[in-house]
Design a protein around this ligand. Structure first.
Ligand SMILES: [Zn+2]
Length: 274
């Protein structure tokens, strides 16, 4: 009798575990179904996010649903005396949600909070030399993405990224791409993919493109992807995400294979937004 009861409880937990994402989605759909961006919020996005202006009505509406969900489910905190305003949160949410436009809720399930500084900030850093001696210093940063689900952003650089939508630099795209990468539990430049064949394809195309960028940087040859992407595989994924969305035509022309790999992963083609 006790064994049967335990089995029943165990089965209930298993069913709940498998159904939980769908139950959550239904709950959120009901909760946010009647919430919409105001015309003032839409005007802010049209002014500061050129891509929003150029999207199809279907995509824009999908992005708006994501933004509403994101603003309600993620925490924003101001740092260094910054006064956090609704338009600031709106713009960050819009940029972040664009990356996951065609992904299901929960978006960025590991992300808990976004810390916003007025501009570039000093962060403590420690380095260990070959002899094992650790030195402590500070470095200037524009943003960070921590595997625990915290992002740190400089508002000045968030705004700059949106003011120049075709220069290949957008801090929010960069840091949230790191979060997508970190969803696997590691920061390797390979986000979660759905099949073994996809991982094989990713490794082949991604590694070839990364090696090519490193060689261009080493020999000072111009490349469509910013040289910071040559730092390591994780930075390459974050930087190429910025390039993919902000310079899609140039990236496709330069390397059609990596472009298609990113279209397949992100499930959108940003060419139409330019
Ligand atoms: Zn980075």
């Amino acid at each position: 009798m006790v064994n049967a009861l335990l089995l029943l409880i165990l089965a209930a937990f298993v069913v709940l575990y498998w159904c939980w994402p769908e139950l959550q989605r239904t709950y959120w759909q009901r909760k946010y179904n009647h919430v919409a961006l105001t015309s003032h919020e839409q005007a802010i996005l049209k002014r500061y996010m050129p891509i929003y202006f150029k999207m199809t009505d279907v995509d824009r509406s999908k992005l708006e649903r994501h933004i509403i969900w994101f603003l309600n489910e993620k925490r924003f905190l101001a740092r260094d005396g910054l006064t956090l305003t609704a338009p600031m949160k709106l713009l960050i949410a819009a940029d972040a949600c664009l990356l996951v436009l065609n992904k299901p809720w929960p978006l960025y399930k590991n992300v808990k909070e976004i810390l916003l500084y007025p501009s570039a900030y000093y962060a403590p850093q420690s380095t260990r030399d070959n002899a094992g001696l650790v030195s402590y210093h500070t470095s200037v940063r524009q943003g960070e993405s921590w595997p625990g689900g915290t992002l740190v952003l400089s508002w000045h650089d968030v705004l700059q990224g949106n003011r120049l939508p075709s220069d290949g630099h957008n801090l929010v795209f960069h840091e949230f791409a790191h979060q997508l990468d970190q969803q696997t539990g590691k920061t390797t430049g390979t986000p979660a993919l759905s099949s073994k064949a996809q991982y094989q394809k990713w490794a082949e195309v991604f590694n070839r493109a990364f090696t090519q960028l490193k060689s261009h940087v080493a020999y000072n040859i111009p490349h469509v992807i910013d040289s910071y992407g040559a730092t390591n595989e994780a930075e390459f994924f974050a930087v190429i995400t910025e390039t993919f969305i902000e310079k899609p035509l140039q990236l496709k022309q330069f390397d059609p294979q990596i472009y298609q790999l990113l279209v397949d992963y992100y499930q959108f083609d940003p060419k139409a937004w330019h």
